[in-house]
Design a protein around this ligand. Structure first.
Ligand SMILES: [Zn+2]
Length: 252
């Protein structure tokens, strides 16, 4: 299986990377995309991808971090995107929950990231928290069609136009949370070949380990289980199809 979005580049997972990778490998998680949230963590993601053959890197500035980015951040990202083991631009997007940066600034950074994705031919990894309407508007207005909405947070009305534009959707442990019906609805009815799995560890530990910190890539099995149940199919089908999708999507 492939964990398409995890943060082994930050603590507490970075400090015990070997143990975390071994535990994941034991359960069949053999490839991982480590995602940057600023320039420093993007650099660490690349270093990890150089050190461990199962790791690939994504580089980007998280919407909550864009006020702290240096003026020449785009040049830095473009350089990093030339690295052979960097497979995506991100994470980028809009986050109106934490209120760390003005929406207009977040939108500029988001569009610039989508530009970088188009210019380099690498897909974008997109974060959306409490910004459903604006994210749909930004994506529909932009020419980029290759990207994944990570940690899917919304219902079918938001998913539909994004899927029609060509985007993928990935699910974290939040799909296992009992009351999360709109997200479960999207997981059950969207085309399986556009669906991917991720842990977003160290955050969002899935049921039955919910509340336990930190989350780890090894727990991706619980997300696969839940999606198999929602779609009334086998975990094997979910594993095989989502892994094939991820390999194709990230070119790994
Ligand atoms: Zn993330």
């Amino acid at each position: 299986m492939i964990d398409t979005h995890c943060h082994l580049n930050i603590d507490p997972l970075l400090g015990r990377i070997e143990e975390v990778l071994d535990a994941a490998a034991e359960l069949g998680v053999t490839q991982l995309i480590v995602v940057g949230i600023d320039l420093a963590t993007s650099e660490i993601a690349i270093r990890l991808a150089e050190d461990y053959s199962q790791i690939y890197a994504a580089v980007g500035i998280h919407p909550n971090d864009c006020t702290k980015a240096p003026d020449n951040w785009e040049k830095h990202l473009l350089d990093m995107l030339g690295h052979a083991r960097v497979v995506a631009v991100g994470e980028t997007g809009l986050d109106y929950y934490w209120d760390e940066a003005p929406p207009d600034l977040q939108k500029i950074f988001f569009r610039d990231h989508l530009d970088l994705a188009m210019a380099t031919g690498k897909p974008a990894i997109i974060h959306n928290r409490d910004a459903d309407q604006d994210i749909v508007q930004q994506v529909l207005e932009h020419g980029n069609t290759r990207g994944v909405f990570h940690c899917w947070p919304a219902g079918w009305d938001i998913a539909k136009p994004l899927l029609e534009k060509g985007y993928h959707i990935s699910f974290t442990g939040t799909v296992t949370f009992k009351s999360n019906l709109p997200v479960q609805d999207v997981a059950s009815r969207m085309p399986l070949e556009r669906l991917m799995l991720e842990t977003d560890s160290p955050f969002l530990t899935p049921v039955p380990h919910r509340g336990k910190k930190p989350n780890e890539p090894k727990y991706i099995l619980h997300i696969a289980d839940k999606i198999a149940a929602l779609r009334d199919t086998s975990v094997k089908i979910i594993d095989e199809t989502t892994s094939q999708t991820a390999r194709q999507f990230f070119g790994i």
